[in-house]
Design a protein around this ligand. Structure first.
Ligand code: SAH
Ligand code: SF4
Length: 339
């Protein structure tokens, strides 16, 4: 499916036709133009021919954790992954990819070892959400909707800034998915130029920073991007964002055994976050092993968490969704590539 083709086909038509087609794709979630009853047959036939709605994919169910992962095949043969997490409180979150592979090359991340394929187009980002919108409609009650989006799949969103923002506008559009800006989060490895631009966006979006280490030496070892945008620069941009927007910022911190999970790291992190942490939240993520490192022991995660909490920092632990289907960053695409 390619949304750009939709625009092309309807170019000469009155604008209400575009609205009808839009509604059919994003609200009625049709999978074939024949399901539509509002557009004239001649237009439907052209759309069938030039803008087929099929999304090629393989879905992997995870019964244990209500996580479903889909591997989507793009027109040029590249593959991307996208994950649906169904939470007990009724939220349904889709984790979307922004690039094929990722140029940042973090050593702990399976996507990073794939290298950069290319940026995804707006249509390719949005169709991941469309895929799961259709999936929910088919497999659950009609009113089961996608409520949240996180840009935490493959790729660095701020290295594909314009397409990511355009996709967000579409997902937020009242006439399309209608997902509230406050329910959309973008995670970055610390692309400072992107954080600065993001701070100026009119929508009330959420920002997450993949920190993973509290000092430059360790962070540069784990995340090569730190050599370009060191911790100080990242924190200065975050501070600016905080003052400009007054919105909460989430720091993601992977817990890797013996690497970044010691008491001294927790203390360094407290110092790094500074005096006023009222708008900061640290999310401790148990590392999903992809080869090189081991996840931290539960007792060490607890200890780390307690040290932060005693310093008055808000801490959450991310529940490891879908480990049985390798739903962590990049794992499945990598496996498939190797086969
Ligand atoms: N590139 C962006 C967004 C995608 S990664 C970023 O790095 O922020 C989404 C999150 O998954 C990041 O915090 C990333 O560090 C984390 N991640 C990478 N590999 C992981 C693994 N093996 N287990 C758990 N989380 C991982
Ligand atoms: Fe890219 Fe994020 Fe993986 Fe780092 S953690 S390689 S930035 S996807």
């Amino acid at each position: 499916m390619n949304l750009d083709k939709l625009k092309e086909v309807l170019k000469g038509e009155p604008s209400f036709r575009y609205k009808q087609a839009w509604q059919a794709v994003f609200v009625d979630l049709i999978e074939d133009w024949d399901e539509n009853t509002t557009l004239p047959k001649a237009i439907r036939d052209r759309l069938k021919e030039e803008c087929p709605l099929e999304i090629k994919s393989t879905a992997f169910d995870s019964n244990k954790t209500d996580t479903t992962k889909a591997l989507i095949l793009l027109e040029d043969g590249s593959q991307i992954e996208t994950v649906l997490m169904m939470h007990k409180d009724g939220r349904n979150t889709v984790c979307v990819s922004s690039q094929v592979g990722c140029p940042v090359g973090c050593v702990f991340c399976a996507t990073g070892t794939l290298g950069l394929g290319r940026n995804l187009t707006v249509s390719e980002i949005v169709l991941q959400v469309l895929f799961f919108g259709r999936y929910l409609k088919k497999n659950y009650k009609e009113n089961t909707r996608i409520t949240n989006i996180v840009y935490m799949g493959m790729g660095e969103p701020f290295m594909n800034y314009d397409n990511v923002m355009a996709s967000i506008k579409l997902l937020n559009d009242k006439d399309a998915f209608n997902i509230g800006a406050r329910h959309i989060s973008v995670s970055t490895s610390g692309v400072v130029t992107g954080i600065k631009k993001f701070a100026k966006e009119p929508l009330q979006l959420n920002l997450a920073i993949s920190l993973h280490a509290p000092n430059d030496a360790l962070r540069s070892e784990l995340m090569p991007i730190n050599k370009r945008f060191g911790i100080e620069k990242v924190m200065a941009a975050v501070e600016e964002y905080k003052n400009d927007r007054g919105r909460q910022i989430m720091f993601e911190y992977l817990m890797m055994d013996g690497i970044n999970d010691k008491e001294e790291h927790a203390r360094q992190l407290i110092r790094l976050l500074g005096e006023d942490t009222s708008l900061y939240m640290v999310n401790l993520i148990r590392y999903n092993p992809t080869g090189k490192f081991k996840p931290s022991l539960t007792q060490n995660i607890k200890k780390f968490k307690n040290i932060l909490m005693r310093a008055g920092i808000k801490v959450s632990e991310r529940f490891a969704f879908g480990q049985d289907i390798n739903a962590a960053c990049g794992q499945l695409a990598l496996k498939n590539k190797k086969q």
